[in-house]
Design a protein around this ligand. Structure first.
Ligand SMILES: NC(=O)c1ccc[n+]([C@@H]2O[C@H](COP(=O)([O-])OP(=O)(O)OC[C@H]3O[C@@H](n4cnc5c(N)ncnc54)[C@H](O)[C@@H]3O)[C@@H](O)[C@H]2O)c1
Ligand SMILES: O=C(O)C[C@H](O)C(=O)O
Length: 344
């Protein structure tokens, strides 16, 4: 081997080890096209970067109403596997989507201080509806990872659109709730004095306020936390988004941590698609684990998306009360999404 070839092999090995140490799977020969809708936004840009680092992605399609040629040119210079293309404006949406295995949607407006996620419904419901209509047409078999808020309503909107278009497969539609898990892990590790890399915490329910229910009794490694500590950790996880919105003081909501969470969830979905066994993440999906038609819980991912929606496990009285308390709000957010599609 020449010195130049050896140097290049070493560089590739370093990149692979950097990525695998961050939870990304190792390279795979399979062709996987991933489209990001809203790719020029606060989440979209760092998410585009992180997906460019994922060796399972062969084609990265970056779509937004404007600004994507610049993001795509920038990201495309990174010397990883995927070929990057930017698409701007509605007339390029079809080309952006065509052939996609996975579509990640962070398109839409973020919160400002004082707003709830539901206050975004008016604008984001319409955006999500039209993007899902295009997905039905151009890549009906893609996995769809919904980030746009309010997730508790945008996922039911997507499901209704796909049903109307005759392409709905509940195994392929996900509300991305990974940021709640990321936060729960971080906050728990701090209190439990545990290595955050070893921590796991299931988070169930939905993705807004009290509908976010971390199950700290099932957290690993276990820790002897008081009831007051568990209550405080639960509240901090539920208010994590608001904590960032307030700190950003009018300049949007979580973008960097969300891009990280979105990339972790997308990586898990790609691993599932590629046949890697036992990939489990929490996500807001069509569900029968409660009486609600959509619910976030652990799901096993596979070649067709959701392989299995896992049950909730043992819960403490505090967690059971949290579960009962979240149901009315989650139910009404789901119904609002479904009604929007039929009324518009
Ligand atoms: N699920 C979660 O945990 C989570 C976390 C953080 C933010 N969010 C949500 O993600 C969304 C985006 O947040 P952000 O901070 O990136 O906002 P942003 O305003 O920075 O970016 C949104 C992008 O969407 C684009 N866009 C708007 N309409 C579009 C359309 N029809 N097609 C394609 N792109 C379109 C905009 O041009 C913009 O580039 C918000 O709704 C926010 O509430 C969800
Ligand atoms: O809080 C928000 O509005 C954005 C997002 O849902 C979050 O949890 O950070």
């Amino acid at each position: 081997m020449t010195a130049a070839l050896l140097r290049s092999a070493l560089r590739r090995r370093e990149a692979a080890s950097w990525m695998s140490s961050r939870g990304f799977a190792s390279a795979s020969g399979q062709q996987r096209k991933v489209a990001i809708l809203g790719a020029a936004g606060g989440i979209g840009q760092p998410l585009s970067l992180l997906m460019k680092l994922n060796p399972m992605v062969s084609h990265l399609s970056l779509y937004d109403i404007a600004g994507t040629p610049g993001v795509a040119a920038d990201v495309s210079h990174i010397n990883t596997r995927s070929e990057v293309k930017g698409y701007a404006g509605e007339d390029q949406l079809g080309a952006a989507l065509e052939g996609s295995d996975m579509v990640i949607i962070p398109a839409g407006v973020p919160r400002k201080p004082g707003m709830t996620r539901d206050d975004l419904f008016k604008i984001n419901a319409g955006i999500v509806k039209s993007l899902c209509e295009a997905i039905s047409k151009y890549c009906p078999n893609a996995l769809v990872n919904m980030i746009s808020n309010p997730v508790n309503s945008t996922v039911p909107i997507a499901a209704e659109i796909f049903k109307i278009k005759g392409v709905y497969d509940p195994r392929r539609l996900f509300g991305v709730t990974t940021l709640d898990v990321v936060r729960a892990k971080t906050f728990y590790a701090g209190k439990a004095n545990a290595n955050v890399a070893d921590v796991n915490v299931p988070v169930i329910g939905g993705h807004a306020g009290i509908t976010i229910l971390p199950l700290f009794s099932l957290a690993t490694p276990s820790a002897n936390l008081s009831a007051e500590e568990i209550t405080a950790l639960t509240k901090r996880t539920q208010d994590g988004g608001t904590e960032v919105v307030e700190a950003k003081a009018g300049k949007g909501s979580a973008t960097l941590s969300m891009a990280y969470a979105g990339a972790i969830f997308a990586d898990a979905c790609l691993k599932g698609l590629n046949g890697i066994p036992d990939v489990v993440e929490c996500s807001f999906v069509q569900s029968t684990v409660t009486e609600l038609p959509f619910f976030a819980s652990k799901v096993r991912l596979g070649k067709n998306g959701v392989e299995e929606v896992l049950g909730l496990g043992h819960m403490t009285d505090f967690e059971k009360q949290g579960l009962e308390a979240l149901k009315p709000e989650l139910k009404s957010s789901i119904e609002k999404g479904i009604a929007f599609v039929h009324d518009n």
